[in-house]
Design a protein around this ligand. Sequence first.
Ligand code: URA
Length: 196
Amino acid sequence: MDTEYIEKLNNIKDRCQNCHKCSLCNSRTNIVFSAGIPNSKIMLIGEAPGYYEDQKGEPFVGKAGQLLDQILGCVGFSRKVNIYICNTLKCRPPENRDPLPEEKQACWEYLKSQVDILQPRIILLCGRVAVNSFLDTKLGITKLRGKWFEGPHFSKMMPIFHPSYLLRNPSKEKGSPKWLMWQDIKEIRRVYDQLN
Ligand code: URA
């Protein structure tokens, strides 16, 4: 990959910083564009910034983010080394409510550009909101997680549980959400290691 992608990403980020396409621009402290390594083979897409993300301008820096970093770290993924992280929405919905359809629609072009510019080989759809942005399905995350789908640019795409859900379900027993997440992250690493 040449370095043109950095300029392209910076252009999109600038556009987000000046974006007034939905009302979330009125309440944001910062836009939350991305973290991690842009030319990684793997991209994780979450839902939307929360309080700490909005304050810091970086995705997944609150409690859920710390858990996410731990899970990724178990199989050697790190935002400092080999993964790119972004969200479906770039601005925080008030009180962390679910993104509205018009907010998702307004922000879609930015997420799509991130995917089109970087063309990751693996895309992790973290939670229901990210899943619904890419997969036309009525099935819930419990049915979809752990399965591979064909994603944009011939990527492999897998829905995974959102770390906030895991925080609410702390059991590690066989069959629990945390246990399932562990199976998924090992499978993701296995496929990642097979990429050329
Ligand atoms: N939850 C998300 O989906 N994204 C974040 O950046 C933080 C919490």
